[in-house]
Design a binder for this molecule. Structure first.
Ligand code: ADP
Ligand code: MG
Length: 255
């Protein structure tokens, strides 16, 4: 089981969009995929058509009350995709976890104890370097970092990489940065092109070749509770995430 955290402490960089649509694209490629929503905003949950307000049990109960992960899962579309949902309950977890034993390892323990096997677990992290993100980094083998190609793109990256190094040295020596993913790219924007080129220069082996374009369909799909491929398979956003999944699987094979 390959566990991948989608992380960046900046909000609005495309974490949730990438988590949902990479997970969906992997499911469409025939893999069994679990998407873990680890953000109290529950955007991935809503984006896959689950009403977060109506949930009795969520990932909160797994982390804080040690409910079995298998008991909170929902089958969503496309076939092969399961969701561990989140809602506002999770915002309390940060504080409640502080006093609990092995608080950084709660998610890892829950995944280790899973009875249903998955090929991939994709974790949608909150926009903060908090205990929830640390739980994701402790559980994961690799991290995907979505980045918007704008002036401040690299700001914060140093801090995120430092957190990854700390988790690696203290809890999870195998943790790798799988890749930086350029999101919401607008080829007509000169600055975006410059930042994209800058990333290529500094991180040649860490950068996904696939670039996610700015595409309004990607912003619309969540309001229909659908992954992009099930909303408009032909649009540039759907094609980009299908391409990302192919690149992702190729990298996995060559590992
Ligand atoms: P994060 O999870 O990092 O906060 P989101 O994935 O929620 O970021 O994206 C922030 C906003 O931008 C959302 O409204 C989302 O629908 C929109 N969005 C994300 N990626 C794209 C894209 N490639 N093109 C257009 N809109 C996008
Ligand atoms: Mg998000």
């Amino acid at each position: 089981m390959r566990i991948v955290a989608i992380a960046n402490q900046k909000g609005g960089v495309g974490k949730t969009t990438s988590a949902v649509n990479l997970a969906a694209a992997l499911a469409l490629a025939g893999r069994r995929v679990l998407l873990v929503d680890l953000d109290p905003q529950g955007n991935a949950t809503m984006g896959l058509g689950i009403n977060k307000q109506a949930l009795a049990r969520t990932i909160y109960h797994v982390l804080v009350e040690q409910a079995p992960l298998g008991e909170v899962l929902h089958d969503v579309s496309p076939a092969g995709l399961s969701l561990a949902p989140a809602n506002a309950d999770l915002s309390g977890a940060e504080v409640e976890l502080v006093d609990l034993e092995a608080r950084e390892r709660r998610l890892k323990a829950a995944l280790d104890a899973l009875e249903t096997p998955f090929d991939y677990v994709i974790i949608d992290c909150p926009p903060a370097l908090n205990m929830l993100t640390v739980n994701a980094l402790v559980a994961a083998q690799s991290v995907v970092i979505p980045m918007q190609c704008e002036y401040y793109a690299l700001e914060g990256l140093t801090q995120l990489l430092a957190t990854i190094r700390r988790v690696r040295s203290q809890a999870n020596p195998d943790l790798q940065v799988d890749g930086l993913l350029r999101t919401m790219f607008d080829p007509r924007n000169r600055l975006a092109n410059e930042v994209a080129a800058e990333l290529e220069k500094h991180f040649p082996d860490k950068l996904y070749r696939t670039v996610i374009p700015r595409n309004v369909r990607l912003a619309e799909a969540p309001s229909y509770g659908r992954a992009i491929m099930e909303y408009d398979r032909q649009c540039s956003g759907a094609q980009a995430y299908l391409g990302l999944a192919r690149e992702f699987l190729q990298r996995e094979e060559s590992r």
